[in-house]
Design a protein around this ligand. Structure first.
Ligand code: PGA
Ligand code: MN
Length: 484
């Protein structure tokens, strides 16, 4: 096998939401070529037929372009939404009266339907209701059996099926709904095993989805979306049972004071880094590119700052789902990532995290994998290797190295398709799925990267290995190799 293979110019992973603007073969192809590693299918929108078509297309393009692309299915959870509108966009004007009804009607500027039958019980006179991530605000005037009369405090344009938030209200909907579980079932049948769970509150919510899949004989990986006050409070227990997390700043920004979001982001990224869980920073990163070919300076700084905070992945939502410039948005994200990573001479974040492991966690808690990952970083700083090579069963070792954001690529090699796919979320990891049975991993890996012409003689490499025989994983050492 001898083919041209080039690693991306950026190590931060780019998650793109697929929608009407990016569903076509030509747009998807361009998005993959320009740096998309994860395609997020938002199961809140679209039909099953569309999702199937997206899945098929993404998989075939990933093979055609020889680029690993992982599919993430995002489940709606108990998201309250308005119904369909008579015409779009609808302009709500400040000072006007607007009725929200639990009946199913086509929305107008006077009457909007809401998919939550307990709405009247969840609000009272004076409550604030936010539409479209808080861009439109209403105040409740009067509550009836199945209607709520409001006044528009802040108006603006509104599209069908936009989200509705009632900050601080107790919502009587289960966190993982039966609709979510049905969608898990459908996605499992399509061979998907990675899900984002919306509006989780506690560890139990994640376990509920996992148990459901387990009963069907499948292990799923869950990215918990942190977008509720309760989730921020319960972050430790949520991180303990989730494989990844998403800082879902859209809903988070209406559930907590908007000004608290940046520091919550920083704190959660650090906690996830310590545990080696990939973290996705999401929503409005390049929002203005929905309409424009270039983002604002503030948006560029937001992406760069999330990377400096230690995020593994950055996400595009409306920019790629419904925006006018999906390909330009991915390209811009890749450029910001690459520039930020390359100019990141400030290695404070990785040193700080390394110090945490050296000084804070104590002898008893330090696992072998933590120790090896730390040693890999020390070796990397000393010898500046071309690559870190990490054969892995579960992905635990490369994820632990990835959290320190090493300067060189971590190439992972695994016989497990699932492990390989999930490594798409981790910073600076390029996963290779080795389909054939392997007897001697170091030998196979060296041949593999030589065939791809990724190394030259004289270059040095760091290889992680499991020398003691152990049933799972078991990486316990590192080796420094000079390419012959
Ligand atoms: P959503 O999640 O786009 O599914 O609402 C992201 C967010 O809330 O930021
Ligand atoms: Mn959300």
């Amino acid at each position: 096998m001898s083919r041209r293979f080039k690693l991306p110019s950026h190590k931060t992973k780019i998650v793109c939401t697929i929608g009407p603007a990016s569903r076509s073969e030509s747009v998807l192809r361009q998005m993959i070529k320009n740096g998309m590693s994860v395609a997020r299918l938002n199961f809140s929108h679209g039909t099953l037929a569309e999702h199937r078509q997206d899945i098929r297309l993404i998989r075939s393009l990933s093979t055609e372009l020889n680029r690993a692309v992982t599919i993430l299915v995002d489940l709606p959870g108990p998201k309250i939404r308005i119904g369909r509108l008579e015409s779009e966009p609808l302009y709500l004007k400040k000072g006007e009266n607007l009725t929200l009804t639990t009946k199913n009607v086509l929305g107008t500027t006077r009457l909007l339907s809401v998919n939550y039958k307990d709405l009247p019980e969840s609000v009272s006179k004076g409550s604030l209701i936010f539409l479209n991530d808080g861009f439109i605000q209403l105040r409740v005037q009067q509550v009836f059996k199945d209607e709520v009369n409001c006044k528009v405090l802040i108006g603006g344009p509104l599209l069908s099926h936009k989200g509705l938030n009632i900050p601080k209200a107790k919502i009587n909907i289960e966190t993982v709904t039966s609709k979510d579980l049905n969608l898990v079932d459908l996605a499992l049948k399509e061979g998907i095993d990675t899900f984002a769970l919306s509006f989780v509150e506690k560890a139990e919510d994640i376990l509920k989805a996992k148990d459901f899949a387990q009963k069907k004989g499948k292990d799923i990986k869950v990215a918990a979306k942190i977008e509720r006050v309760e989730a921020v409070k319960n972050i430790e227990e949520i991180l303990a049972v989730s494989e990844a997390i998403m800082i879902a700043r859209g809903d988070l920004g209406v559930q907590v004071p908007l000004e608290d979001v940046p520091l919550i982001q920083k704190r959660i990224i650090r906690q996830a880094n310590i545990l080696g869980r990939p973290v996705i920073t999401a929503t409005q990163m390049l929002e203005s590119m929905t309409e424009n070919t270039r983002p604002t300076r503030a948006e560029v700084a937001d992406v760069a700052n999330a990377i400096l905070d230690g995020t593994d992945a950055v996400m595009l939502s409306e920019e790629t789902a419904v925006g006018k410039y999906p390909v330009e948005a991915v390209t811009m994200m890749a450029k910001i990532a690459s520039s930020t990573e390359n100019n990141w001479r400030n290695i404070r974040l990785s040193l700080d995290l390394m110090n945490h492991f050296k000084n804070k966690i104590g002898r008893k808690k330090a696992s072998i994998e933590d120790t090896v990952s730390l040693n890999v970083m020390e070796a990397m700083h000393m010898i500046k290797p071309r690559f870190i090579l990490s054969p892995t069963k579960t992905g635990n070792t490369p994820r632990r190295i990835s959290r320190f954001k090493p300067d060189c690529w971590i190439l992972t090699f695994t016989g497990s398709d699932e492990t390989s796919k999930f490594l798409a979320f981790s910073y600076g990891v390029y996963p290779f799925w080795i389909k054939n049975k392997v007897d001697n991993w170091p030998k196979t890996i060296m041949k593999f990267i030589k065939d791809l012409k990724l190394i030259k003689s004289g270059e040095r490499l760091i290889l992680t290995e499991g020398l003691a025989s152990s049933p799972v994983g078991g990486t316990d050492s590192l080796r420094i190799i000079t390419v012959q």
